[in-house]
Design a protein around this ligand. Structure first.
Ligand code: NDP
Ligand code: MG
Length: 389
């Protein structure tokens, strides 16, 4: 039996992971499940899967969680520290599917106890790529990508030598506003940005897909995970979301990965790796699809995308600042304090102002400096928004 923990179990990726596990419960022994505000979901899944422990991120919800687990053998716990402790419990395979920088610490803890980390939480690689990769190596632990594009790249690289890779092409659906007139984007609402044409995901990543902040994070994620240089990475808009990524080799060959837009493929691939098992995803009917199209992203429509290269070329703690500022700018957009296009402007300003603070971005990368940079970026973003964009 494989010992498994799922962090972010109540979210979109967490629930897709649980869906796969429920299809073969005899294969898995559930150690920890974590969630946030959705106590009913967390408790129901923890009971049903007979988890050792269920943890909510919010201490004020501990009593509710205890009440929801009453009469079961599942332990209840709460708070970020309790999530980190749950990630210390020995497990063979750990799903990192908390949204945002809050996923970093549990991911590091899981790697320290030697688990295989299935990484959906791209924010941890963006904030602390070096730290995550060196922790994995030091503890003989493995990270498997769950982001669909990175799973696609990983699969296209099987049996290949990374030194023979010339370029990596990540596709993007173009998000909710791909076909909107440019002048309407300024007034795009939260509700409009929260519906994705192809993928069913959490609200935050769905809005990040409309702005392409998600793609910017993924470009940085690809650099950190595969160790390629910024100028080897390209982004291509592909409205059908069938080709998830392509890898180009020195001889001009391109290997691509195609599949239905269903996260259970990438999650299942990471769950069963290095084997493949049957998965409940639609099989592609290419004749019915008829055609696949590709177009270069328009920088005027997606100002956030170009920031990825600024961040990668800057290096050091710029990723942590970028992610922290992006998370706060998104909070401000969701709260109606700034417009859709303001998010990229605010984040760019936060990056510039962090860069001006002598030595800030050039400190050694430790968990402490990453968390400090994240904190400063959030404060700076609040300041910029309060001053009026
Ligand atoms: P959701 O918003 O659906 O779920 C997020 C999960 O994290 C929930 O379990 C939520 O709890 C929990 N959570 C929220 N805030 C905190 C916090 N501060 N501390 C601890 N836990 C918290 O997100 P998704 O499932 O869409 O995304 C999860 C991660 O996977 C993200 O990093 C995203 O970028 C990545 N990803 C997602 C894809 C998708 O298809 N959804 C595709 C590729 C990557 P609760 O809901 O109970 O409050
Ligand atoms: Mg993705």
């Amino acid at each position: 039996m494989k010992k498994i923990s799922i962090f972010g179990a109540t979210g979109s990726i967490g629930q897709n992971t649980i869906d796969l596990i429920r299809r073969a419960p005899e294969d898995y022994d559930i150690v920890a499940l974590s969630g946030g505000r959705n106590i009913a979901r967390l408790a129901a899944d923890a009971r049903d899967l007979r988890a050792q422990v269920a943890v909510t991120a919010y201490p004020e919800l501990l009593d509710d969680l205890r009440a929801a687990l009453a009469g079961s053998d599942v332990e209840a716990a709460a708070g970020p520290q309790a999530i980190a402790e749950a990630a210390n419990r020995p497990a063979d395979w750990v799903m990192s599917a908390i949204v945002g920088a809050a996923g970093l610490v549990p991911g590091l803890q899981a790697l320290k106890q030697g688990a295989t980390l299935a990484l959906a939480n791209k924010e941890s690689l963006v904030c602390a790529g070096d730290l995550l990769m060196t922790t994995a190596r030091a503890h003989n632990a493995r990270i498997l990508p769950v982001d669909s594009e990175h799973s696609a790249i990983f699969q296209a690289l099987i049996g290949e030598d990374i030194s023979e890779v010339e370029r990596i092409i990540i596709t993007a659906s173009g998000g909710a506003f791909r076909d909107w007139p440019l002048e309407d984007l300024r007034d795009a609402t939260v509700a409009q940005a929260s519906s994705h044409p192809n993928w069913d995901m959490g609200q935050r990543i769905t809005i990040d897909s409309a702005s392409m902040f998600n793609k910017a994070l993924e470009v940085i994620e690809a650099k950190e995970f595969f160790g390629v240089s910024p100028d080897q990475i390209e982004v291509l808009v592909h409205p059908q979301s069938i080709v998830h990524a392509l890898v180009g080799f020195r001889d001009g060959a391109l290997m691509s990965h195609l599949g239905a837009p269903d996260m259970r493929h990438a999650i299942g691939y990471a769950l069963h790796w290095p084997k493949r098992r049957d998965l409940p995803v639609d099989r592609l009917d290419l004749a019915a699809l008829g055609q696949l199209s590709f177009v270069a992203p328009d920088p005027a429509r997606y100002p956030a995308l170009g920031l990825a290269w600024d961040v990668m070329n800057r290096g050091g703690l710029a990723g942590a600042v970028f992610n922290g500022a992006k998370e706060r700018a998104l909070d401000h957009f969701i709260a109606g304090r700034i417009g859709f296009l303001d998010m990229a402007r605010v984040v760019e300003q936060a990056l510039t102002s962090a860069d001006r603070q002598a030595g800030l971005l050039d400190q050694d990368m430790t968990l402490e400096t990453v968390l400090d940079a994240d904190h400063l970026a959030r404060q700076e973003t609040d300041r910029i928004v309060a001053a009026g964009v």
